[in-house]
Ligand binder design. Structure first.
Ligand code: SF4
Ligand code: SF4
Length: 167
């Protein structure tokens, strides 16, 4: 299984966690890319809207009710596995908004053009940083908001700063 060998989820894994086209057209929504049964559960307590369902067991894989989620992103910084992202396909005509957790320094700044990397760390497009959230309440996990060409909104999950910093 690709995921177990490389840590990179296969298309079949992703198909289980990506919202429907219909839901994506309604606005921002969280995508929880957590596929392995591990003893971890902070995400279930993170959502103010109750969109992440209660676990029966700490080893459960998280389940989300996309209809309750409004894509606020609160859960992103609560996940120690950096496995939660938000995608807003309604952000612009050509671009989608992708919110990612980012625990590297230096942080990018609003307006920076950065390389958008896929889950394997390969550059797939250029992205623009539109906001950096790094408040104390975020558990030391800043959240970077990226404007990404829509074709890549389900691929970009990390960034590399231009000018040499490898992250
Ligand atoms: S993005 Fe916000 S509403 Fe959606 S699951 Fe996370 S905390 Fe809940
Ligand atoms: S907090 Fe993150 S790593 Fe832990 S179960 Fe939830 S999504 Fe998975």
């Amino acid at each position: 299984m690709l995921l177990a060998k490389t840590g990179v989820p296969a298309a079949s894994d992703l198909a289980k966690v990506i919202p429907s086209e219909e839901r994506l057209k309604k606005g921002a929504v969280a995508i929880i890319e957590c596929f392995q049964s591990i003893p971890c559960n902070p995400c279930q307590f993170a959502c103010p809207r109750g969109a992440i369902k209660e676990f029966a067991d700490i080893n459960d894989i998280p389940k989300i009710d996309f209809d309750l989620c409004d894509g606020c992103g609160t859960c992103i910084s609560k996940c120690p596995g950096l496995a939660i992202f938000v995608v807003d396909a309604t952000y612009g005509a050509e671009e989608a908004l992708v919110k990612i957790p980012y625990e590297f320094l230096p942080l990018p700044a609003k307006g920076d053009r950065v390389a958008g990397l896929n889950r394997e760390g390969k550059e797939v497009c250029e992205a623009e940083v539109v906001r950096v959230q790094s408040a104390k309440g975020l558990d030391k996990t800043p959240i970077i908001w990226l404007s990404v060409p829509k074709d890549y909104m389900m691929e970009v999950r990390h960034i590399r700063l231009k000018g040499g910093a490898v992250s």
